[in-house]
Design a protein. Structure first.
Length: 622
């Protein structure tokens, strides 16, 4: 009997600690001022996870008295000449945060495993009721976070923000924040073992310490209900508030100021109609400064107001048909050694290259990009396809894998729900049709719709040859019945025959929904010239674009495409010496920033599409 009580008590303790240790996603902490913890962090490369498991492979942070000698999260120093401590962050090397480790040190380029980061900081202390959170923009892939030797928690997923409350563990004066990052790929991961991109590990986005009052603004939604009535509705969530607390909303440029009351859950709903309103669009990316105040807490953010919906085979932006002049983009900056985008300037450069291409749309592949990308898309007037890394052969029957995917989808939607630029949430990329996969994705679709009814759902599916008619391409995927926009990747002329095949195939996409081509393209080594029949030359890629575009233009219900892709990018799959050298070369711009000939083919086509669009808006069809 006694043993059973002990086990029950222990299981309750583990469950409680798991709850306490759960990473939270509190979107509006991004908008609160805080202390940046970016910059130099000391680091220890730990391929055998010596700092995390003892020599019997027992997890040290489950030990109530872990050894000071090897437990890295204790950040211990010898207390006397005789004490054995076999690590020392102070005399270890540094890495810059935010940033991947792969491109900061040559010996880490291919590193896959655990690496410890340590940041010391002083803290002035708290006044009554204040709370402190540590917010990570993203860590790839698993993060185990410790403050002053105690566990704050664990987060899994490489591209979405997470937060731990630090109030109880912070000290006045010196503090030690230690993060174990593990970028090891896993079969049950999201993404799974195989991807066509570099597995950049590290604290790849910003880290901030945020102090808030006992009751603080945690989240909000603003959405335009109709492009005709200009009714704006939404809600504000006050963490720690009960019923009847007053929240002030103001949009000074519109002369709007209103007070709303919270309900018992601390949520204050609102609905109002400004006297005048300029709608957001790529042509007129109008943003309004929206201010939210509750007690002494205030957040301000620029928000654009627009509507997006489908009507038969059209996508309507603010009630008008839109053609998506897109390009795919990885979150990777090619110059100065490459690596994950880790500054707003690099993010802006990627989007400016897309604007130079005459794009009005970017597909941010294959995972949520950093906050700067979507906020800059709002400012620059680029529509966005935002995607979670449910990529290729995910472990469809694994419940933890589904929960991981759902967490990443929810965190992505909650982070960016107020971004006018985002019009499509994408559930997946090139996942093999099958019962378990479709069940997984239809559940994910329901989750997305429960969180956001103001945007469209899609996924990059695959095309198939019509049985018995090899030159007729069709989409036969039950996922097409679930999403709003039927999108698929196609590589006729690269993986599927030669470019001349474009003139021989036809397409049957039999859904009364908009059709979007989410990828096409081919590799070219920039500067390699030859005949258009010579694979890997710029001329081959140029000809592929010249032949593909007219083929796609014939597809009934085509609302646009996003060729693969803006820039060459690192991939361990791409090993052809002298051509790929560890890079996927489908970029229209090389890894040195040079435009290839195909860039100008697409730029010219989009220029004509843009002019046609302007004319159409001037003379709308009756
Ligand atoms: C696939 C996939 C991309 C990949 C590309 C390629 O469609 O979606 O992630 O990089 O094709 O093979 O280059």
């Amino acid at each position: 009997m006694k043993l059973r009580l002990r086990i029950t008590w222990l299981s309750c303790l583990v469950a409680l600690s798991a709850t306490l240790l759960r990473a939270e996603n509190i979107p509006d902490l991004f908008l609160h001022d805080g202390v940046s913890l970016n910059g130099e962090w000391k680091c220890i490369v730990d391929p055998y996870e010596t700092g995390f498991y003892d020599y019997r492979r027992e997890q040290r942070d489950l030990n109530s008295n872990p050894s000071r000698a090897e437990t890295f999260f204790l950040d211990a120093k010898p207390t006397g000449p005789g004490e054995r401590v076999e690590f020392d962050f102070d005399t270890s090397p540094s890495l810059i945060v935010p940033g991947d480790w792969n491109t900061q040190r040559p010996e880490l380029l291919y590193y896959e495993g655990s690496l410890w980061y340590r940041r010391k900081f002083d803290f002035a202390g708290l006044t009554a009721g204040q709370r402190v959170f540590v917010r990570f923009g993203a860590v790839n892939y698993r993060a185990d976070v410790y403050l002053n030797g105690k566990k704050l928690g664990t987060h899994i997923g490489g591209f979405t923000p997470f937060t731990f409350e630090a109030t109880q563990l912070l000290k006045q004066g010196a503090n030690s924040l230690v993060v174990k990052v593990d970028n090891t790929r896993a079969k049950d991961g999201v993404p799974t073992l195989s991807t066509d991109w570099w597995n950049y590990g590290g604290i790849t986005r910003e880290v901030k310490l945020v102090t808030v009052p006992k009751k603080f603004i945690a989240d909000h939604r603003f959405a335009l209900e109709s492009e005709n009535t200009h009714v704006i509705s939404g809600w504000v969530q006050i963490n720690g508030a009960g019923e009847g607390e007053s929240v002030q909303l103001s949009i000074p440029e519109l002369g709007e100021k209103l007070f709303v009351k919270t309900d018992a859950s601390g949520r204050a709903a609102f609905r109002f109609t400004p006297a005048r309103l300029r709608l957001w669009s790529p042509e007129t990316p109008k943003l309004y400064e929206v201010s939210i105040a509750h007690g002494g807490d205030t957040v301000v953010e620029p928000i654009g107001f627009r509507t997006v919906r489908t009507q038969g085979k059209q996508i309507l932006l603010n009630g008008k048909p839109v053609f998506l002049r897109g390009i795919c983009i990885h979150e990777e900056f090619p110059l100065n050694g490459g690596g994950r985008v880790n500054t707003a300037d690099k993010a802006k450069q990627l989007l400016l290259w897309a604007k130079d291409l005459n794009c009005n749309f970017v597909r941010l592949a294959h995972y949520p990009h950093n906050e700067a990308m979507t906020r800059l898309a709002d400012e620059l007037g680029l529509l966005v396809w935002s995607e979670v890394p449910v990529y290729w052969t995910i472990d469809w029957t694994n419940a933890e894998t589904y929960q991981n995917a759902q967490n990443q989808l929810s965190d992505n939607i909650e982070r960016d729900a107020n971004r006018a630029s985002i019009i499509i949430w994408s559930l997946a990329n090139e996942t093999p049709v099958g019962e378990a996969r479709t069940k997984f994705l239809s559940k994910l679709a329901m989750q997305a719709r429960s969180l956001d009814q103001t945007r469209l759902l899609s996924a990059a599916m695959e095309k198939h040859a019509k049985p018995g008619a090899e030159n007729i391409n069709v989409v036969q995927d039950p996922l097409a019945d679930i999403v709003d926009v039927v999108a698929f990747n196609q590589y006729v002329g690269w993986y599927d025959g030669l470019p001349e095949m474009c003139g021989k195939v036809s397409w049957e996409v039999s859904y009364n929904k908009p059709v979007f081509i989410s990828e096409f393209g081919g590799d070219a080594r920039q500067g390699l010239h030859g005949s258009k029949d010579q694979r890997w030359t710029e001329e081959y890629q140029e000809d592929l674009y010249r032949q593909t575009i007219p083929m796609l233009d014939k597809i009934d219900g085509l609302v646009g495409f996003s060729p693969w892709l803006l820039l060459d990018f690192r991939s361990p799959r791409r090993v052809l010496p002298g051509i790929q050298d560890g890079f996927n070369r489908k970029g229209l711009i090389s890894s040195e920033g040079a435009r290839k000939k195909a860039f100008f083919v697409l730029q010219e086509y989009y220029q004509k599409r843009a002019e046609a669009g302007k004319l159409a808006n001037l003379n709308p069809k009756k």
